[in-house]
Design a protein around this ligand. Structure first.
Ligand code: NAD
Length: 491
């Protein structure tokens, strides 16, 4: 039994009162009868009680998207762009409120939440440029009187599954371009962040004037609706951002769908930050600190291995250790905090196991500290071996492994000796050397003399190897979310 909620009650007030799903432009309860308490990972305060979606809610969401697809796909480019421009004004007007939600629901520090808010705003502005960028071609062919045209069209309904770590941004990174290019969307956020990963975004787009049914959000347990979402025949594209094992599973299940679909996978990483013998040590230390500890290390592009040339290794370890000891950890709402709480208990277990693994391996523990609640103090281990399990896994926590490389060639071999290939960085005072090194790294993204974490809405984003399939942002996402239709005319 679905229950309508009075929408008008939401808008004079702050964004609040989330209880369930957003389907066909209505705020409705999930039909499973189950509820999940959405809690602040720092202090366990209850933020909302969310009724969980079942298979019938999922079916309704995809049906609503399918019904809305045609009109939205034909909407004038300027009308589609206007939704994003309005969404930006809403984002700006409600900046503090949105940052507050990110801090409370995802354990984001104020620093990270502000960066995420900025990324969402930039993504919306970029989306406003996209409706007019879906341009076709007229191509000469060797046949008298023949004209070959290739029309660029919306691809159709897009299904989006997003993670909890940058919930608003990583949902919007798929949702905004998909909508801008004339596609209806069904979004499934992580159950750790149902509001910032989905319902809050729906509020913003609803208030910005997006027609009912064009964006639908289903919040539910992956064990109930996960496979059905991936297997559903309606979406023409499925984009998944999350871990590599779940991504593999989703790709397999999507392959069983009665209608074939495109799949985009943005998965895990094990980013190396390589410090060559001529690097500016101070800058490398700063980048390795922010790149590892921002958002408690829970970013796919986080620096997961710091690989340092033997000639400056001891100096680096000393300076890095001293710098990491100054990091403030604890309350994410304190503007001075760099390391806040991990997102959930399974994250705490995983990171605790990583620390135990490093200790068992006998790596030198240069910085350590308590684990209190979900706050894990920064840890640094030196003399880590690149082939250890500790270094091979994505830690996704505030724990930094430092690896000694004999020379540049070994540093490159270490950097590439991983199943992942998302982001990476190299530090050197010689730009040409840095470029040559960067070109030999097997990764989708490499940054010379900077941190490993960069995502710009108009610049390609994506990984190699087990870090994923497909590309995000700018003209690359235009290709992912449109399809081409060859239409010829014989005169
Ligand atoms: P996860 O794989 O556990 O979950 C991601 C999403 O998938 C969540 O919404 C989850 O509810 C859903 N899910 C889980 N099982 C499912 C199933 N059977 N069917 C459908 N949906 C299912 O990942 P996470 O813990 O939320 O995020 C952390 C991981 O994501 C890390 O590995 C990180 O590197 C990766 N990540 C990658 C990128 C990128 O752009 N490459 C960005 C952020 C995070």
């Amino acid at each position: 039994m679905q229950q309508n909620v009075d929408r008008s009650a939401f808008f004079p007030r702050a964004y609040d009162g989330f209880t369930g799903q957003y389907i066909a432009g209505r705020w409705v309860a999930g039909t499973t009868g189950a509820t999940v308490l959405d809690r602040n990972p720092y202090d366990d305060a209850v933020l909302a009680e969310i009724t969980q979606a079942g298979l019938s809610d999922l079916a309704q969401a995809f049906a609503a998207a399918k019904a809305a697809q045609d009109d939205w796909g034909r909407a004038l480019p300027g009308d589609r762009a206007a939704v994003f421009l309005k969404a930006v004004t809403i984002l700006e007007a409600r900046k503090e409120e949105i940052i507050g939600w990110l801090v409370r629901e995802s354990g984001s520090t104020r620093l990270k939440a502000g960066i995420e808010w900025g990324a969402v705003r930039a993504g919306m502005l970029e989306a406003a440029t996209m409706p007019a960028s879906a341009q076709g071609h007229i191509i000469p062919v060797d046949r008298p009187g023949k004209e070959a045209r290739v029309y660029k069209k919306p691809v159709g309904v897009v299904g989006v599954i997003s993670p909890w770590n940058f919930p608003l941004h990583l949902s919007n990174r798929s949702v905004a371009p998909a909508l801008a290019l004339g596609n209806a969307v069904v979004l499934k956020p992580s159950n750790d962040t149902p509001i910032t990963g989905g319902l809050l975004l729906a509020k913003i787009y609803e208030e910005a004037g997006l027609p009912a049914g064009v964006l639908n959000v289903v919040v539910g347990s992956s064990s109930v609706i996960g496979d059905a979402f991936a297997r559903h025949p309606v979406p023409r594209v499925l984009t998944f951002t999350g871990s590599t094992p779940v991504g593999r599973h989703i790709a397999q299940v999507a392959g069983e769908s009665s209608l074939l679909k495109r799949i985009g996978l943005e998965l895990g990483g094990n980013a190396p930050l390589v410090v060559l013998d001529d690097a500016d040590l101070e800058k490398a230390v700063g980048a390795a600190l922010i790149g590892r500890f921002m958002h408690q290390g829970q970013i796919c592009m986080s620096t997961n291995r710091i690989i340092v040339d033997a000639s400056i290794y001891d100096d680096f370890v000393e300076a890095y250790t001293a710098a990491v000891k100054t990091i403030k950890y604890g309350d994410p709402n304190d503007p001075a905090t760099l390391v806040g709480p991990l997102c959930n208990d399974s994250q705490v277990r995983n990171v605790t196991e990583s620390i135990a693994r490093a200790r068992q391996s006998g790596f030198r523990e240069c910085v350590s500290g308590p684990i209190e609640g979900r706050v894990v103090a920064p840890h640094v281990f030196a003399d880590v071996t690149n082939d250890s399990e500790f270094a091979r896994n994505e830690i996704f926590g505030p724990v930094a492994p430092i690896i000694r490389a004999a020379n540049e060639a070994e540093a490159l071999a270490f950097a590439n000796d991983t199943e992942f290939g998302l982001s990476s960085a190299v530090f050197t005072r010689d730009e040409a050397r840095g470029l040559a090194f960067a070109q030999r790294i097997e990764a989708g993204m490499t940054h010379i003399n900077d941190i490993t974490i960069h995502d710009y809405p108009h610049v390609m984003f994506g990984g190699e190897k087990n870090s994923g399939l497909g590309r995000f942002n700018g003209k690359w996402i235009v290709e992912e979310f449109t399809t081409d239709h060859f239409i010829s005319i014989q005169r």
